[in-house]
Each structure stands twice: as structure tokens, then as C-alpha cells.
Write a protein that binds this ligand. Structure first.
Ligand SMILES: C[S@@+](CC[C@H](N)C(=O)[O-])C[C@H]1O[C@@H](n2cnc3c(N)ncnc32)[C@H](O)[C@@H]1O
Length: 275
């Protein structure tokens, strides 16, 4: 990285930076996080966030057996594979072939197999009402320029009564430096500054991007897509949990939330029933 800053970046340039970043970073990401995420276990695992919330404990998606599920920004798809092991019919979608390849390698070693699709979450290559459920654990949503488009696309591909649950950085984290220590306790940036955080390579080409939305923005994008916001979960840092993940740490976790999980539904027949 040669420079960083907060500048405007459109959907095309954001997707291009993200694809390159996640392709190049896939090995490093897995060296650091594969064990915690259960990437290389035979059945995968569904960990929502660095605070360690597991779908098997919290059931944010409800009963998944027999449901058609889309995972957005699935990476190496440990969540998708875990859902398949619970009897769901799952498709994993991600922009990065580097990340998806890690999922293919894990599936070759055994366990449930799920179809994986390489695509941008802002334009989902699926027909209307193709899925009962959609989910994302820090996949795509924090990295796209147009997260309203992702909400609209998910609403389109969900059947009436379907559910969409996604985890992202808690919006209040934006004001702090990405530092798990004391420096990360000092507010340095305006909560209201929506210009993305961008890193540039030596040629001045964007190589990493993260887009910020305030809590109000997130709610507005969900509601504008015709979805109903059912809950916002702000996982607390578990007592005695010492594991750091980037900017997530016990020090900061004790003081303020790092993750926000939005639980949304598409109005219609209850998510508990097939249409
Ligand atoms: C932090 S990783 C999370 C991966 C996985 N959910 C996990 O828990 O390990 C973010 C993922 O979002 C994907 N991503 C970024 N921008 C995307 C986009 N526009 N469309 C689809 N996926 C995207 C990246 O390729 C990466 O795999």
C-alpha cells in the first residue's frame, strides 16, 4: 500500500479494488481466521462475528432445514457449508475467486457441498423469489459503494415472508482508528462522513475499500427496499474472551459494540411457512 484516504469511489472501482484485494489476501485471511471460522472443519461452521456468535446457538435464520438459502460474500463458505449440513439448500456468492477457491478446496476434503457463484452482490444473478432466506457474515455489504442496491437485490430474490440477516461493522466503529489498543479508543473521524476508506497501490490504483453507513442509513436502505427491520443485534464481548481480530479486542469490546447484525423480513407469508 502506498497511500490511504477518504475519497469517493463508485461501484465499479469499489468492486474492482475488492476483487483484487480479496484474491490477493485470501491466503493471509485464512492463515489468520480459518480456524476461528471453522473453514477447514468437515462440516464448516457459522460464526456471525469476531464476538463468536454461532448460528447454532442464536438461530437468527430460524429453522433452515429444507429452506433455499443464499449466502452473500460467502468467502470460503464455512457458513454455507454448515447450513447445508443442517439440511438447507444453499448457494454461496462471492466476488473473489481467491476466496471461493478456498471453499472448493475445503469441500474436496469432504463434508457438505454447496454451489458457489462468482458475482457482485449489487447485481444478483438470480430470479425473483428464488430464496427463502439470505444471510451474510461481513460479506460484501461493508465493501460495496451501493449497499442500497444490495438490499434491493436481496428483497427481489427473496420470496414474500423470507428473511435476510446480515452482520457488518457496527456503524459507530467508523469514528475510531482501526486499532485494537488504546489508540483505538479515541474518536478521530466524523460519524457523518460517508466518504469511503480507500487504500491505493504504488500506481495510485485503489487496492482496498470500505464504505461507511450510519445506523440511520442502514435502516433507511432496508426500509426503502421494502423490507421490515425486525431486530438489530449488538453482540457483547464475551467475558474472558481474549482473542483479538484486527480492530476487535477485549479492551474495545468492553466499552462499545464492534458488530451490528440486522434481521430483516420481506412482508408476506411468515418465514416459518413455505409459500
Ligand atoms: C470479511 S470477508 C467475509 C467472508 C466470509 N463471510 C467469512 O465470514 O469469512 C468479506 C467477503 O466479501 C466479499 N466481497 C467483497 N465485495 C463483494 C461484492 N461486491 N460482492 C460479493 N462479495 C464481495 C469478499 O470477496 C470477501 O470474501
Amino acid at each position: 500500500m502506498s497511500a490511504e484516504g477518504h475519497r469517493r469511489l463508485d461501484s465499479r472501482d469499489s468492486a474492482s479494488a475488492s476483487r483484487r484485494w480479496w484474491d490477493a489476501d485470501a491466503d493471509a485471511y485464512h492463515d489468520e481466521h480459518a480456524e476461528f471460522l471453522g473453514v477447514d472443519t468437515p462440516g464448516g461452521e457459522f460464526v456471525w462475528c469476531p464476538e463468536g456468535l454461532h448460528e447454532g446457538d442464536v438461530h437468527l435464520l430460524g429453522d433452515v432445514a429444507g429452506r433455499r438459502v443464499l449466502e452473500i460474500g460467502c468467502g470460503s463458505a464455512p457458513c454455507a457449508r454448515w447450513l447445508a449440513g443442517q439440511g438447507a439448500s444453499v448457494v454461496g456468492l462471492d466476488l473473489s475467486m481467491g476466496m471461493l477457491s478456498r471453499g472448493v478446496a475445503a469441500m474436496r476434503r469432504g463434508g457438505p457441498r454447496v454451489p458457489l457463484v462468482q458475482a457482485n452482490a449489487e447485481v444478483l444473478p438470480f430470479r425473483e423469489a428464488a430464496f427463502d432466506l439470505a444471510c451474510s457474515a461481513f460479506g460484501a455489504v461493508p465493501f460495496v459503494a451501493d449497499s442500497a442496491a444490495v438490499m434491493a437485490e436481496v428483497a427481489r430474490v427473496l420470496r414474500p415472508g423470507g428473511r435476510w440477516v446480515f452482520a457488518v461493522n457496527h456503524p459507530m466503529r467508523w469514528i475510531f482508528l482501526d486499532d485494537p489498543g488504546e489508540r483505538g479508543l479515541v474518536a478521530t473521524l466524523s460519524y457523518f462522513d460517508r466518504s469511503p476508506y480507500v487504500e491505493y497501490d504504488d500506481d495510485g490504483v485503489p487496492s482496498y475499500v470500505e464504505h461507511h453507513r450510519t445506523l440511520g442509513d442502514r435502516v433507511r436502505e432496508i426500509v426503502s427496499a421494502g423490507l421490515v427491520l425486525v431486530d438489530v443485534i449488538e453482540p457483547q464481548w464475551p467475558e474472558g474472551f481474549e482473542r483479538e481480530w484486527g480492530q476487535w479486542s477485549p479492551l474495545r469490546g468492553e466499552l462499545f459494540p464492534g458488530t451490528a447484525i440486522f434481521v430483516c423480513e420481506k412482508p408476506g407469508v411468515s418465514a416459518g411457512h413455505h409459500p
